[in-house]
Write a protein that binds this ligand. Structure first.
Ligand code: FAD
Ligand code: FES
Length: 282
């Protein structure tokens, strides 16, 4: 059992939860995740270890409550318990000092980006972080990421905050300017966003790493649920990733697998009277 010691709302549907998990806090590295199950009979879901305090024996999760399981998890009050938190799982991020690095986050991918930005900053990289959302309401962790980055650029599709448009706008401007072009790019977010970033950096040959979010069931390499095509190989994101070379990932295949259960998800959201139903069904 893992005690919840803090549960803050950072933005609409986004919670920062701190749990007592001393073994994981000590062992975790940037890029790794945990499989969380609230109670017996509930589903297991993967969540990135956002941060850890080995001295206090705690880990931090940034959770966007978008469906049944994440909503139940974030409703656990301070002093309450989560039954299973298994990890750390996945490979740690390869961190080195590239020099100029651009970190790109979209939607909940921004939460997954947080520990990467922290580790890259600690390694001495000069970081520009670009975060985007549909509107101001969906832009998360701006203060936290701004504190770790040399520059923080925000984009919104409706122009309600920062640049109007997609995260790829400021990224392509930087790539075109030899004085600002990055040596490496990290991108985490929706599949079309990661694909667009990979397409921008492929031709100039900028090393680009993406953290993939396929459906995961066991998180241990046994079920095959998270398989993705990377170059000529089939990889399991839970044990071989979740980070991969963006220029080798089959984003179209990943997208097809992620949308396999759209109808069932829409039906479940509709049954719960959730406003997301129409969006999920699109
Ligand atoms: C390695 C990894 C790290 C992640 N880290 C975070 C994080 O730090 N914070 C965060 O808020 N979210 C994170 N996610 C996504 C999170 O696991 C899903 O949002 C969650 O499983 C949705 O469950 P649900 O029941 O609330 O929603 P559902 O109603 O089941 O689904 C809502 C959406 O989430 C997707 N989804 C459903 N189940 C999974 C699954 N098992 N794995 C991946 N996507 C799924 C669906 O395709 C759908 O679009 C991560 C996913 C992966 C693979
Ligand atoms: S989640 Fe089962 S193999 Fe990766």
């Amino acid at each position: 059992m893992f005690e919840v010691v803090s549960n803050e709302i950072l933005a609409e549907n986004l919670h920062k939860m701190v749990l007592v998990a001393p073994r994981i806090a000590k062992a975790r590295k940037a890029g790794q995740f945990v499989m969380v199950r609230l109670a017996q009979g509930e589903e297991r879901i993967p969540l990135t270890i956002g941060d850890a305090d080995p001295a206090a024996g705690t880990i931090t999760l940034f959770i966007q409550a978008i469906g049944a399981s994440t909503r139940k998890i974030v409703s656990t009050p301070v002093g309450g318990f989560i039954r299973d938190v298994a990890g750390p799982l996945g490979k740690e991020t390869h961190i080195t000092n590239w020099g100029r690095v651009v970190c790109v986050g979209g939607g909940v991918g921004t939460a997954v980006l947080f520990p990467l930005v922290k580790a890259l900053a600690e390694a001495g990289n000069e970081i520009t972080t670009i975060i985007g959302g549909r509107s101001e309401r969906y832009v998360i962790l701006a203060d936290e990421l701004g504190a770790l980055s040399k520059n923080l650029l925000i984009t919104t599709e409706d122009g309600s905050l920062g640049y109007k448009g997609f995260v790829t706008g400021p990224l392509s401007e930087m790539i075109a300017d030899p004085a600002r072009a990055p040596q490496a790019v990290f991108a985490v977010g929706p599949v079309p966003m990661m694909k667009a970033v990979a397409n921008l950096t492929r031709e100039p040959g900028i090393e680009t790493i993406v953290s993939l979010n396929p459906i995961m069931i066991d998180g241990t390499g046994m079920c095959g649920g998270c398989r993705v095509q990377v170059g000529s190989e089939t990889k399991f994101a839970c044990v071989d990733g979740p980070e991969f070379d963006a220029h080798l990932v089959d984003f179209d295949g990943l997208s097809d697998r992620l949308t396999s259960y759209r109808k069932e998800e829409a039906a479940r959201h509709a049954a719960e009277g959730c406003k997301l139903a129409k969006e999920v069904a699109k």
